[in-house]
Design a protein around this ligand. Structure first.
Ligand SMILES: [Zn+2]
Length: 88
């Protein structure tokens, strides 16, 4: 029983880390459940995926809500078109 809960816990930790890294939490939950701490270790080396938006004023890629190039705030209500992804 202790062993099973250990693998489930590994799966949950893996899922949470995957979610934080913007990766598929269900897939990583399964990996964590099957491979345990090894999956968590593997996930730790995966880069985080950042969701970027294109600034409508200077068309730079923006992380967050304020453009670093022109300082304009970007609101979610503005249609920015297709979201772009970058691997850090
Ligand atoms: Zn800008």
């Amino acid at each position: 029983m202790m062993r099973l809960s250990f693998w489930i816990l590994s799966g949950i930790i893996c899922g949470l880390v995957a979610n934080w890294k913007k990766r598929n939490p269900f897939y990583w939950f399964l990996c964590g459940f099957i491979f345990g701490p090894f999956a968590i270790l593997a996930l730790a080396f995966f880069p985080k995926i950042e969701k970027l938006k294109r600034c409508p004023f200077c068309s730079q890629l923006v992380k967050g809500r304020v453009c670093r190039s022109c300082g304009m705030g970007i609101q979610d209500t503005i249609d920015l078109g297709k979201d772009e992804y970058k691997v850090e």
